[in-house]
Design a protein around this ligand. Structure first.
Ligand code: ZN
Length: 466
């Protein structure tokens, strides 16, 4: 018979209510530490932020340690195993983005301020506030009930904003530390205000730099134009040759591994309350673009894409200069969907660029980084446990969404252990993540804590192993 947790859940929920102010106050304390990973001058702040977290874990009686790396330390904590119940691993990060431009902040980025029902500070949502919801739910269980329904592990890093390289290394070298049945990550947003969501798919990415060399020096376009291949012209032609007018990417084998969207999934995406006109108006654009035959949300989340990120060549200064530049270059990437392999994309891309490369041009293609896409089955009992937890905390069921971006560490977790990753974000799209005036609404913070309290019980109930 499955265990009934209702009495324990009431006690944990009462603890959270009684400690709401204390939770906010400790959250603000952590936000005061400017743990900016991109800036080496803030290295001591990364240590302080890690130490603060370590102290919280130890205060709860968890086994916790700070694991040094060649960069910022990892913080690892675990509760005792629970017989017959799964182990969930919470991943999050204590580092934050730089706060610039500082003058655009209405209150200083590292002086957490409560206004309009939200906490404003760098890291308020990304990821200190969202991560803390899981720590506070753990505290509520341990203090009010005396134990957790499942074993919890916390693996928290300080380099998410700069590429997670040392965490990836740790997962490769010491995977046994992170062995678990599912990973829980709150580092994203709900679908809209009061519309919680579970993200079940992330796109991957394949990122490149293309360098073209033409004549051995810059030339006069009057004397040489029309005879010597201009690398800037060649670059424009080659990049244009990677996609056709219907938005289809022109690389051999590019779509071979792309599975068509099922009718059921297309229906699910179409049923989301999404206002395309408002979406475009918010961005200040008069129309959308993309692959023919797909809706905007399908193109944004579930179809592969091509985008140029940077272009350089020739004269960039004031006025005119009639140069035929010796070099040109570009950075660009493809967003990938499940089952596309970045290495295979590179092979096809190289072949296509060689076909497109005109005489007189030497090309060099650099592969910057590649991450495969991630897809979690929505029928999985772990996902369904999260659905029930969110339903109870938010008073309505979550919608299932996908995300157009990539979270490399999620792909790394899935490569280390093929287990479900639950992406449950409590923030909102307009919380100014990475921008001035970052915030997290207090109501979302507290509902996140409640949902997390339910989640540990639901995960235990979903797996009665007697
Ligand atoms: Zn984040």
């Amino acid at each position: 018979m499955a265990e009934d947790w209702s009495a324990e859940l009431r006690r944990a929920a009462a603890y959270v209510e009684a400690h709401a102010a204390d939770f906010e106050q400790r959250w603000a304390q952590w936000l005061r530490i400017p743990s900016i990973s991109a800036d080496p001058a803030h290295r001591p702040d990364l240590e302080r932020a890690a130490d603060w977290l370590l102290e919280q874990f130890r205060g709860l009686g968890l086994t916790a340690e700070k694991i040094p790396t060649a960069g910022a330390p990892l913080v690892y904590a675990e509760s005792p195993p629970v017989q017959g119940a799964p182990t969930a691993l919470v991943y999050g990060h204590y580092d934050v983005q730089p706060a610039e431009p500082i003058q655009a902040w209405e209150s200083p980025p590292f002086e957490p301020t409560r206004r309009n029902g939200a906490m404003y500070a760098r890291g308020a949502t990304d990821d200190k506030g969202q991560l803390l919801t899981h720590l506070w739910s753990t505290e509520a269980w341990l203090r009010a009930v005396g134990r957790l329904p499942v074993q919890l592990k916390f693996l928290i890093e300080g380099e998410e904003e700069i590429g997670s390289s040392h965490l990836e290394q740790f997962l490769r070298d010491r995977p046994q530390r992170a062995v678990c049945d599912c990973v829980v990550i709150s580092d994203g947003a709900q679908f809209g205000p009061d519309q919680p969501a579970i993200c079940y798919g992330l796109r991957g990415i394949a990122y490149y730099e293309l360098r073209l060399k033409g004549p051995k020096r810059d030339l006069h376009s009057g004397s040489f134009g029309g005879t010597v291949t201009n690398p800037a012209n060649a670059l424009a032609q080659m990049l244009a040759g990677l996609v056709d007018e219907r938005g289809r990417i022109q690389i051999p084998g590019f779509y071979d591994d792309v599975t068509p969207l099922s009718a059921e999934e297309r229906e699910r995406l179409a049923s989301l309350p999404f206002d395309e006109e408002k979406f475009l108006a918010d961005l200040g654009v008069s129309g959308a673009t993309g692959e023919e035959g797909y809706t905007l949300l399908e193109r944004r989340w579930a179809r592969p894409t091509f985008d140029i990120h940077g272009l350089w060549s020739g004269y960039q200064g004031e006025g005119a200069k009639t140069v035929l530049p010796a070099e040109a270059g570009a950075k660009f990437s493809f967003r990938l969907v499940p089952y596309q392999d970045p290495a295979k994309i590179t092979l096809g891309l190289r072949q296509r660029l060689q076909e497109l490369c005109p005489p007189g041009i030497q090309m060099e293609l650099l592969e910057t980084h590649g991450t495969p896409a991630v897809l979690a089955p929505v029928e999985s009992p772990y996902v369904q446990a999260a659905v029930r937890a969110i339903q109870q905390a938010f008073g309505r069921p979550p919608v299932f969404i996908r995300e157009g971006g990539s979270i490399p560490i999620v792909a790394a977790f899935q490569q280390a252990f093929p287990i479900p990753v639950l992406l449950v974000g409590w923030g909102q799209d307009d919380d100014n993540t990475h921008a001035p005036n970052e915030r997290l609404r207090l109501v979302d913070f507290h509902r996140g804590i409640q949902a997390s309290i339910y989640l540990w019980a639901e995960l235990a109930l979903a797996f009665p192993r007697h």
